[in-house]
Design a protein around this ligand. Structure first.
Ligand SMILES: C[S@@+](CC[C@H](N)C(=O)[O-])C[C@H]1O[C@@H](n2cnc3c(N)ncnc32)[C@H](O)[C@@H]1O
Length: 404
């Protein structure tokens, strides 16, 4: 059996997976392909304030390929190996269970559709990345004329069964394949719906697939749901966890492993941030209009100015996103910010080389550049420049991070 491993997995992990392939179903412990650096321990430690302990699966460029390799598309359970799940994590029901149980996410989509039937009723809808077909089912129930549910993973087979079991086979057509490769049996659609957001909003780069579908099939004046997504930045005191995750490498059982510390610093952590740790205000970095933007607009440089709300130390900057459906009768959406109810996207923490000593009212100014990695466009490169000219800290620095 050939087992393909992500280059990010440790040898120990590889060996343990070889011995026990079922480990791959332990998605709770973030064995998704190319999952960003997630605070596994805090997922349990902080379980009280985070209902959704499991991260959304991330994918690499091969995310749809297991489906293409497999010959037996009807029976996922018998022939699917851990390697298949590695390359095609969305084929496993576990990740869909976690997404469906993220009620902030799923209920918002449900409310958007059921409370705004005028957007859906008698319309032709395209669901990009349908998964289990949940959004397509909502649309069918809201009176859509027809829904095309496109899903590239093996979950498409389940979606077909689900659609049939719920009596919507005449309204929903499930198409298995990449949106970029399928042929849609209609020249145009009135509505495009998708849940494409990744960690740090852009990780996974599924947004490009939505923009591709919009450019190819959406009628003039058609609706994209959601249509706005905004990225925000704030700053936190996080000495305890920085010590545990970063400084740890300085002295490991008496040995200097600080070369790993440099690597660890470069990988943003995906975690729930306790709002008590927030030291500054929050600033909007970028709003994207999914109905108008071009693919290149997802790469950007944005200035920021964070004002300290109290005397404290700053160890990290934290990014999070909001999503909104502005076409609704009454604005609907959700936030993945630390002050909102937790979602499976959590927040993205970027540790700073320096500990900033800030006094209330002092400002950290800087800029953040975000771009897709040239070698693997599902990875995100982040360049962060910041300066503080405060009473106790005078610092100016640029750091680079990579979400992979
Ligand atoms: C975040 S999940 C959302 C699933 C479902 N819409 C929901 O809300 O529960 C995204 C889904 O899109 C699929 N997907 C990603 N890129 C795709 C592409 N280019 N073409 C078709 N499906 C894609 C994935 O396999 C995954 O099932």
């Amino acid at each position: 059996m050939i087992v393909y491993f992500p280059k990010t997995l440790t040898v120990a992990l590889r060996l343990s997976i070889l011995k026990n392939p079922s480990l791959f179903s332990l998605r709770r412990f973030s064995l998704f392909p190319r999952v960003p650096n997630i605070r596994r321990d805090t997922m349990t430690k902080k379980s009280n304030n985070n209902e959704y302990q499991v991260a959304q699966g991330s994918q690499d460029e091969s995310m749809c390929e297991a489906g293409e390799r497999s010959t037996n598309t009807a029976d996922v359970t018998d022939d699917t190996t851990s390697a298949d799940y590695y390359f095609d994590s969305y084929s496993h029901f576990g990740i869909h269970e976690e997404m469906l149980k993220d009620v902030v996410r799923t209920k918002t989509y449900e409310n958007v559709i059921y409370q705004n039937k005028f957007l859906i009723k008698d319309k032709v809808v395209l669901d990009v990345g349908a998964g289990t077909g949940i959004l397509s089912l909502f649309c069918a129930k809201a009176g859509a004329k027809h829904v095309y549910a496109v899903e590239c993973s093996q979950m498409a087979d389940m979606a077909k069964e689900i659609v049939k079991a719920n009596g919507f086979s005449d309204v929903i057509t499930v198409l298995k394949g990449k949106i970029e490769e399928i042929e849609l049996p209609t020249p145009k659609v009135d509505v495009i719906i998708s849940e494409w957001m990744g960690y740090f909003l852009l990780f996974e780069n599924m947004l490009d697939s939505v923009l591709y579908a919009r450019n190819k099939w959406l009628v003039d004046g058609g609706v994209v749901l959601p249509d706005k997504a905004s990225l925000f930045l704030t700053a936190i005191e996080d000495s305890e966890y920085k010590e545990e995750k970063i400084e740890f490498w300085n002295n490991v059982y008496g040995f200097d492993m600080s070369c790993i510390k440099k690597k660890a610093m470069m990988e943003p952590l995906v975690d729930i941030v306790d709002p008590k740790h927030i030291v500054t205000d929050s600033r909007l970095l970028k709003t994207m209009d999914i109905s108008k933007m071009s693919s290149g607009d997802a790469s950007f440089t944005a200035p920021f100015k964070l004002v300290a709300q109290r005397n404290d130390y700053i160890h990290a900057l934290v990014a999070y996103f909001d999503v909104s459906f502005t076409m609704c009768h009454k604005l609907l959406g959700f936030s993945t910010g630390p002050k909102s109810k937790a979602t499976h996207w959590k927040q993205t923490v970027m540790y700073l080389e320096d500990v900033l000593t800030v006094c209330e009212g002092e400002t950290i100014t800087g800029s953040m550049s975000v771009s897709y990695n040239k070698k693997n466009p599902r990875d995100i490169d982040i360049k962060l420049s910041y300066s503080l000219n405060g009473k106790h800290s005078k610092i100016s620095r640029t750091q680079h991070y990579k979400m992979r």
